[in-house]
Structures are given as structure tokens and as C-alpha cells.
Design a protein around this ligand. Structure first.
Ligand SMILES: [Zn+2]
Length: 387
């Protein structure tokens, strides 16, 4: 049992996951996350495979471009095709043919996004699924059961997602509920030797609340910690401030994960605050909308200026797309709504993100000056190229 009347918790077994910091530059850390299914060099970016697929890519392509861990979505796989079916077929790794580590989010973000069809109680969230209109209830216990049945390497605790902006009283009550739900997640675990559990730091955008929650969760001796409730529409400087205060109050020997972030400059800034893990739909989703991340900024391929442009998307990129095709051809594919457009732009964007994280890791080893220089470049890479 995880509960201990004196300390609140007995330290949880975390043998299925370990983390080592190899170098640092200020709060930024270069490290290695070791899982039962392989190592992950950190800071790391996890491509998003919501429905057990990184859209438009094969697992081999995702691995070849440098990704070592991916993210899948507990909510979507619960609703369709069902976690029990995936378990009966040998688990998520086998089902989707991804042998490396997988992290799942808890489903909390998705159910709280269904703002007009959900009811939140202390027990959990009752909602109607968009797929079939059926009512379901997602609780901390159900979320853990889904993620353990999928057999993932890292599960996320089921937390309450707070809107932005939110009044202090509302943030206090919500953060306390997140802690109670985390304790229920810990008690519900049946396979801690296979699936590690990360807690999620909330506290809204109040320095003291976020620091206090980070400290409270630190005492629970979890395998890792996420900074939650960020990237919800807040100004960039507020997110940066919360990343700094959150990371500073978490144990230095555990991985820190910023969920759902972000643009290149957002990632560099969070790394500078001491964050180790990232995921975001931006490189994959933008690709399907014809946007490419490049060293000149974000390139919108449909613009007429690329109609007869024979250059690659990004001459400094060594991905298959950039080595093989012109902007003119990629624009033609996109405007003709060809499937290959999705594949080629996704391949490039994911390569861009893996290259960015590799440059970040190298900069940390070089020192704070190199990291600051990279931040300045990432600022340019984040801006859209004018039409
Ligand atoms: Zn490329």
C-alpha cells in the first residue's frame, strides 16, 4: 500500500524508470531517461501518436528521424478501439509496432476539453463521448487501469485541468483535488514494476501556489513530474515564470515534463527553466495544414511565391523531403490535396524538432552562452515567414 500515516507515502518502487543528469547549464539539464524499453536522451521531444499512430508516419520512420519515445492518448484509445482489446492483442507497443518507450496522457485534458458535455464531481468526470454519444465516467482509478492495460512505460496521473485565467480560490480548490486524485491514482496501481506514474503540478499562475504544489508532490517520491495547466492561452512570460518556479521546487534527480508545449522558442525557454521532456501536436498538425518549420521561420507552402521555387524546404535540413523535393513540388502536392504532402511535411517537421532537441542537448553541454544563442535563433524559427 502506498499510504504511510507518518509521511503520507511509502516511497514507490521506480525500478522501471531511472533518470540521470549528465551535464547542466544553469537550471538546464542534459540527461538520460532509462526505461525498460530503452534510453531517452533528454531534453527530449515526443512525437504525438494520439490514436496509436504518429499521423502519416510509420514507426520505423519516426525512429529513423531520431525520436526515442512517443506519446499516445489514453482517452482516445479507451474510447476506440478500447484498452482491453489492445491488452488482449499484446499491449500498445505490439499493437502499433513501436518497441521503444511510450508515455500516455491520462485523458484529463480531453474530458475537460468537452466543456459543454461533462460534469465534474469529486469522483471524476462524467461526459458524453464525441464518437458515439454514450455517457462514460473517467476517474483516477479508470485512468490508471486504462494506461496500465495499454502497458505503457509512463502513465500520467489524472488531474483537474484549470482554465485560464482563474480566480485564486478556484485554483486552490482545484489543485487540492488534483492532489487527492493523484493519491487515488497511486493506490489504484497494479503494475508499478512496468508502468511508472508521473504526478502533475498545478497551482495555476500563482507563484506561491505552484511552488507549494511542486513541493507537496515532491514529498510523494514519484518517478517524474509534469508541469500542468500551461499553454492554455496565457502570455508567454507567464508560462516562463511558472516553468521556472515549478522546476525549481521539484527534486533535481527526477525528470520534468512540460505537457503540450510548443513552438521552438517555447521549448528552449522551458529547457532553460530546467524542463526535460516535451510533446506537442504542432510539427505533425502543422504539416497537414501545409506549414513547415525551417531555419528561416514557419513556411506556409501554399503561398504563391513558392510556385516555381526549386529550393528544398530548408537547405540546412538533411531529411528525405529536403534532400529530394523542391518547394514548388511540395506546394503542388499540398494545393492538389495529395496524401504525400502530409507524409513529406510531417517527416520534415518531426526531423526539425528532433534536430532542435539535439542542438539543445549540445548547447547545454557547451554552456549557458550557447543555450542563449540557440534561444535567439529559435525565436526566428518560431516566427511565420511573411507571404
Ligand atoms: Zn527537411
Amino acid at each position: 500500500m502506498p499510504f504511510n500515516t507518518t509521511t503520507g507515502f511509502i516511497p514507490m518502487a521506480t525500478q522501471c524508470l531511472s533518470f540521470e543528469v549528465k551535464a547542466s547549464a544553469g537550471p538546464a539539464r542534459r540527461g538520460v531517461l532509462r526505461t525498460l524499453r530503452g534510453e531517452v536522451d533528454t531534453p527530449a521531444f515526443m512525437p504525438v501518436g494520439t490514436a496509436a499512430t504518429v499521423k502519416a508516419m510509420t514507426p520505423g520512420e519516426v525512429s529513423d528521424l531520431g525520436a526515442q519515445m512517443i506519446l499516445a492518448n489514453a482517452f482516445h484509445l479507451w474510447v476506440r478501439p478500447g484498452h482491453k482489446l489492445i491488452e488482449s492483442l499484446g499491449g500498445l507497443h505490439k499493437f502499433m509496432h513501436w518497441p521503444g518507450p511510450i508515455l500516455t496522457d491520462s485523458g484529463g485534458y480531453q474530458v475537460f476539453s468537452l466543456s459543454d458535455r461533462r460534469t465534474v464531481t469529486e469522483d471524476g468526470v462524467r461526459f458524453r463521448t464525441p464518437h458515439d454519444g454514450q455517457y462514460r465516467v473517467l476517474t483516477p482509478e479508470v485512468s490508471v487501469e486504462i494506461q496500465e492495460s495499454l502497458g505503457v512505460d509512463i502513465a500520467m496521473a489524472f488531474d483537474e485541468c484549470i482554465e485560464w485565467p482563474a480566480e485564486r480560490d478556484r485554483v486552490v480548490a482545484s489543485t487540492e483535488r488534483t492532489t487527492r486524485w493523484l493519491k487515488r491514482c497511486l493506490s489504484a496501481r497494479k503494475r508499478p514494476e512496468k508502468t511508472a506514474l508521473f504526478g502533475i503540478v498545478q497551482g495555476g499562475f500563482y507563484d506561491d501556489l505552484r511552488a507549494a504544489h511542486a513541493q507537496e508532490l515532491s514529498e510523494m517520491d514519484l518517478a517524474g513530474y509534469a508541469l500542468g495547466g500551461l499553454s492554455v492561452g496565457e502570455p508567454r512570460d507567464q508560462r516562463k515564470a511558472m516553468a521556472i518556479v515549478g522546476a525549481a521546487n521539484l527534486p533535481s534527480d527526477r525528470p520534468r515534463y512540460m505537457m503540450g508545449v510548443g513552438y521552438p522558442v517555447d521549448i528552449v525557454e522551458a529547457v532553460q527553466a530546467g524542463v526535460d521532456l516535451f510533446d506537442c501536436v504542432l510539427p505533425t498538425r502543422s504539416a497537414r495544414f501545409g506549414q513547415a518549420f525551417t531555419r528561416f521561420g514557419r513556411l506556409t507552402i501554399k503561398h504563391a511565391r513558392y510556385r516555381d521555387d526549386q529550393d528544398p524546404l530548408d537547405p540546412s535540413c538533411a531529411c528525405y523531403t529536403c534532400l529530394s523535393f523542391s518547394r514548388a513540388y511540395l506546394r503542388h502536392l499540398h494545393t492538389s490535396n495529395e496524401l504525400l504532402s502530409h507524409r513529406l511535411l510531417t517527416l520534415h517537421n518531426l526531423t526539425f524538432y528532433q534536430d532542435l532537441l539535439r542542438e539543445i542537448r549540445e548547447a547545454i553541454v557547451s554552456g549557458p552562452t550557447a543555450l542563449n544563442a540557440l534561444e535567439a535563433k529559435a525565436e526566428i524559427w518560431t516566427k511565420p515567414i511573411p507571404a
